[in-house]
Design a protein around this ligand. Sequence first.
Ligand code: HPA
Length: 274
Amino acid sequence: MHFTFEQYVQSADYIRSRIGSFQPEVLMILGSGLGFLADELTESIQVPYEEIPHFKPSTAPGHIGQFVFGLLEGRRVAVMQGRMHYYEGYSFPEITFAVRVLRLLGAEKMIVTNAAGCIRKDWEAGSLMLITDHIKLTLDSPLRGENLPEFGVRFPDASTIYTPEYRQLARQAADTLGLDLKEGVYMFFSGPQYETPAEIRAARVLGADAAGMSTVPEAIVARHCGMKVLGFSLLTNMAAGILDQPLSEEEVLEAAAKAKDEFSALVRKCLSGM
Ligand code: HPA
């Protein structure tokens, strides 16, 4: 499944017809536990995905399918309340469609967050991690197929997908808030099954610090079209095989709920400096 440039434009035109002169600066794609930030925007306008041409609804539990446009920390933001995941059956172009549409609407910055498993044995579940880089061994890429030069080049550089200036901003924000912010490499797994203990051992050898099922496709596409990217993982659980217990969705959601105040304070602080 691939989209033409005109299809992205049609979606952007529809959204523009709903939000008028509001021009979003920052796209926020929020993972488990942070979706509530969308309710804290002022002057907000909701646009359900199902109304938007070429958009697909999100089917993941706990993810509502709509954009919320409005103001947060003095920034004009577009929050995706509900993101799409590969494990839901969507293709990478479908998962990342919104990123390009928001770029057409003028957004040049993106904050992306997720829940992830903690691969590092010397860290704890509940930690917040700044994403410094990622590993995606899944063969597919959201940029596979015809390149749309309106968005970016055929062979984009991937050496700084997560913008160094924003990483510095995040460190300063964590310092100011007195938060312990880890930094590390996020490894993408397609899911929906959690990883096996052997996969986690392999990921550790490869240099990964966290394992998750999102974020990477969106970050690749955002960087391709020239957006600056800031990414965080909430390490909701120790990854498979580290503790002698099975992983469960309940554990992930519980940890996400527990960390929500700290996590949202960090994201808001960063947003105010972007
Ligand atoms: N693995 C992959 N995705 C996740 C995990 C995990 O351990 N925890 C939360 N999302």
